[in-house]
Design a protein around this ligand. Structure first.
Ligand code: OGA
Ligand code: MN
Length: 197
């Protein structure tokens, strides 16, 4: 990953869309891992935190599975993100402490209503990353990520969830929404965090 380029653009605009920051071999392995194969790995995503956690299909209807530090493929992805974490700390002094991430699968008709990634009362998510794993994604498949400018009033950018694309943005600054997907939509969403609440 081009850490100087990522740092510069995060500093200038607060977000960056990278066409293909990871090698194809790793993307292919991650794609294989991002399948709900009846093993019970994936479960309905929830909204909120702690006792306030709820599954509300009208807000978000994807299924997720947190990466597994015991899995070889997940380890390679986590190592890439660790390199990014250290690089960003060095160049931007962000004090990023760790990284959490999950596979997500949106089925036909699934989306995620406009939201912020900083959970209420908890400010430890600093940077959001989303890596997309969809080969041959067509415009008619929908499922775009719409990123709004900080006031939430106008659209800053729209990202197609095409294979290998990664977006990185300041978690607190940009409300965003996943438009209804008309085909299975696979990704890894993650957050670099600072420690504490
Ligand atoms: C999320 C999210 C965006 C996407 O999981 O919080 O906003 O494009 N995902 O999948
Ligand atoms: Mn989000």
């Amino acid at each position: 990953m081009d850490i100087p380029q990522i740092s510069k653009q995060l500093e200038d605009t607060g977000y960056i869309v990278l066409a293909k920051p990871l090698v194809d071999e790793l993307l292919a392995k991650l794609f294989t891992r991002c399948h709900d194969d009846d093993s019970g790995r994936f479960h309905a995503a929830q909204v909120g935190r702690g006792a306030g956690k709820q599954q509300i299909g009208s807000i978000r209807s994807d299924v997720i599975d947190w990466l597994d530090t015991a899995n070889g493929t997940d380890q390679i992805y986590l190592a890439c993100m660790e390199e990014l974490r250290l690089g960003l700390n060095e160049s931007l002094f962000l004090g990023l402490f760790d990284y959490e991430c999950h596979y997500a699968i949106y089925g036909k008709g699934d989306g995620y209503a406009k939201h912020s990634d900083v959970l209420q009362g908890k400010k430890n998510r600093i940077l959001t990353t989303v890596l997309y794993l969809n080969e041959d994604w067509q415009t008619c498949d929908g499922g775009e990520l719409v990123v709004f400018e900080p006031t939430g009033k106008s659209v800053l950018t729209t990202v197609d969830p095409t294979f290998g694309t990664m977006i990185i943005f300041l978690s607190e600054s940009f409300p965003h929404e996943v438009l209804i997907s008309h085909a299975p939509r696979r990704s890894i969403a993650g957050w670099f965090r600072v420690s504490g609440s």
